[in-house]
Design a protein around this ligand. Structure first.
Ligand code: AR6
Length: 170
């Protein structure tokens, strides 16, 4: 499985699965979540509502999968990252679990290419360098079956330079 880097808007990517940094309501929000629901249309929200009715939202560190609606991606995995509270509230473990659970769900639909945003590094306040190290090792340690490529999509310049440094350290 190769790991690649992309700077830009995750909603534009033609991959099998894009991952959404959602909240536990699964009903949408700002940031990448807002962008995905805007671009993907009503079908995604309808699928999220069904999941909510069945299981009552999504806990932090867990993930659910829906259609990609009108997006170029076939599926969206919605995962709920931890809110940064200083680092002593299991944030790293919860963030790593988001990446692992998303990859497991992607494997379940036999995805070959999956794209991740920088989960928790916006509104949820996770320090970018620390989040990137957690994301990187969770993805690198994952035992893939169908997956061939994981794309880290960096929207902001700071995340992009953090990931460029991580790739060069490999
Ligand atoms: N494509 C890729 N990345 C993006 C895009 C985009 N179109 N837009 C923003 N980002 P955030 P969180 C990056 O705040 O911190 C929502 O309201 C952004 O630069 O979207 O996990 C949810 O509903 C940042 O690096 O997610 C939750 O309530 C990264 O996406 C809450 O925010 C994550 O920023 C989740 O907070």
């Amino acid at each position: 499985m190769t790991i690649t880097l992309h700077q830009g808007d995750i909603t534009k990517l033609e991959v099998d699965v894009i991952v959404n940094a959602a909240n536990s309501s699964l009903l949408g929000g700002g940031g990448v979540d807002g962008a995905i629901h805007r671009a993907g249309g009503e079908e995604i929200l309808a699928a999220c509502r069904k999941i909510r009715a069945r299981q009552g939202g999504c806990p932090t560190g867990e993930a659910v999968i829906t259609t990609g609606g009108k997006l170029p991606a076939r599926y969206v995995v919605h995962t709920v990252g931890p809110v940064w509270q200083g680092g002593a509230s299991e944030e790293a473990e919860l963030l790593a679990r988001c990446y692992r659970r998303a990859l497991e769900l992607a494997e379940g639909v036999e995805a070959r290419r999956v794209a991740f945003p920088n989960i928790s590094t916006g509104v949820y306040g996770y320090p970018k360098e620390q989040a990137a190290r957690v994301a990187w090792s969770a993805v690198r340690d994952f035992r893939a079956t169908h997956l061939r490529e994981v794309v880290f999509v960096c929207f902001d310049a700071e995340n992009f330079s953090v990931y460029e440094r991580l790739i060069s350290e490999e």
